[in-house]
Design a protein around this ligand. Sequence first.
Ligand SMILES: Nc1ncnc2c1ncn2[C@@H]1O[C@H](COP(=O)(O)OP(=O)(O)OP(=O)(O)O)[C@@H](O)[C@H]1O
Length: 662
Amino acid sequence: MVGKGKADVLQQKSPAEFFADNRTIAGFDNPGKCLYTTIRELVENGLDAAESISQLPDIDITVEEISQHRLNKMRGVTNHDRIDEELYQDYETEGAKQKRLAKEAKEMERLEKQAAKSAATLDGKKRELEARRAAQAKTEKNFFKVTVRDNGMGMAHKDIPDMLGRVLSGTKYGVKQTRGKFGLGAKMALIWSKMSTGLPIEVTSARCGSASISYFKLDLDIQRNQPNVHEQKLLDNGEGWHGAELSVVIAGNWQYYRAKVFKYLQQIAVITPYAQFRFVFKAEDEKSSVRITFARRTTTMPQPPKATKHHPSSVDLELIKRLASSTNCTSLAAFLSKEFDCIRRDLAGTKISLEMRCDPSVSPAELTGKQLVAMHDLLHQLRFQPPDGNHLSPAGEYNLRLGIMKELRPEMVATHQGTVGVHEGHAFVVEAAVSVGGRNIKPGLNIHRFANRIPLLFEGGSDVITRTAIKRINWSAYKINQSSDKVGVFVSLVSTKIPFKGAGKEYIADDVEEIQQAVRTAIQQCCSQLKNKISKQQAAREQRLRKKNLTKYIPNVAAALFTVLQAVAERKEEPAGKTTRPEAEEVVVGVRSGEVTEPTLAAKLQQHVEQIDVDMALEYQLQQGVTEAAKVEACLMPHSARHQYGPEAHCDVGVIRRLQEL
Ligand SMILES: Nc1ncnc2c1ncn2[C@@H]1O[C@H](COP(=O)(O)OP(=O)(O)OP(=O)(O)O)[C@@H](O)[C@H]1O
């Protein structure tokens, strides 16, 4: 008989244990990414909290570097001097150090020699070396205290331990557009803090109008998935503050991820220009500290998203069972019309019940398992109005444009907001902006992705927005060169259900046909608007170039012309049979009298070039068509009852009417 091995023993894991073991799923990969995701999760909670009470968000983010020595002090661990250096990983004998330095110098020398032969090889090698160094830096870790403070709705005292100390608990599970969704982010930051430093989270929070401020120091019992409160107290809220401040001490890597953190902050400032973000990085060495403020540029906030009901075609069997057992409705008819979106009263009252072969007055709680299965099938087969999307809260073209102008200062930008689409019974809206030019923009497509107004910075290659922009748009048809022009593509998707891949909310699936199509249409609409502007800009550029070229030759032409004219002027007699035109004769006389000189000729030529410029501009306008709508009445003197129109003067581009006094 084979005995049961240890591996066969049935074990169970709590959700907290599962996520602690599989941190990557939630975006907590390496120390650097953990620092980035912690900041992101706390900032997004702050934004959700402020927007839910229609408060212009004020978010303060502080990342404080903490040395191992200070961390040990915080943890109450005694700092010991090393007794035997050789036992440590970072130990290097003097000989080994010299050997390493010599090897590195030799490698550099070799690379430089290669440079003489082929620049490309050197580039490749350098990149290889940099990648190796980066990979090393990525896994290096330091310690940081991350604190995020907001002016949102705050949390009720009694709920704080569960909200922040129990994985998969939150207030954002309803059918509502929110940045948070899974009830996981802040807890993952705490789990990482427990795993990397062993320190608890500190929370200070007050609800609007609350006389006290709640303070908690707590951590999470990972095996039991339960909060473990170390300390709690109520402080006086004399100043009537509301909001939350969360603080965790975690391992991280600032050096490698600082660029990502700044990019994230810049992107979130683009999509939320009505928020103010103050970021401070306090380094151990004061010189390396950083302070950045992304100032609020508008006080116009999008309408807050509203909670809506489940659309009948979005519900699964389990959800129907849950709704039927928890509803307050006492009849099937009321249950269908009150618990679901888009089911008309008349349909719910008779027709659907009839199709289900059920009495409309039967209590939902009394429906049998089979009847619930029949209801589920039916709800997916019947035709209902799609959700109208009024509950969604896109950033709005105004905000999107403002954010882009503020952060990137492009030469031109076009925006478009698509109509409401539906995916699995969930409404969605796609907004897009395409910009050309601007500061800190690389040539090519610079794609910026947002989902429920969160910037997405990782896994871009698999995302529906990136793939659509790169593969499904014919940029040249819009006079945009996708490799040499500095193009910014901004696409924001809002929905009550974003098809994210993974709990880390890093990219949107590319397999939803409706979303793919809506993203494509939104980008194309922006491109069409830009095409017109780009054509005009190109024509103006060509014109400027032509003028520049003509102007360049004026001195030489004037000199040559003047030499010829001088020769003619010095001639005593005209050759026989040759008659000179009177205008030419006039010029020759001018040369003789000194009235026409080389500079006057040059000035005349310049005047002519300027005139061509004006004529061409007018001609261009004519080609574009001066439409009725484009005509503007301009009065050059006060237009009153004492005046009337006199005779009209017509020219190619307009009509001038003289005003006469009566
Ligand atoms: N700054 C805050 N202000 C008010 N409530 C907060 C704040 N931070 C967290 N909460 C509450 O705690 C809950 C849990 O937050 P957590 O970050 O763990 O998950 P979430 O935001 O709901 O979802 P996700 O995991 O998708 O981010 C939130 O649903 C919210 O109710």
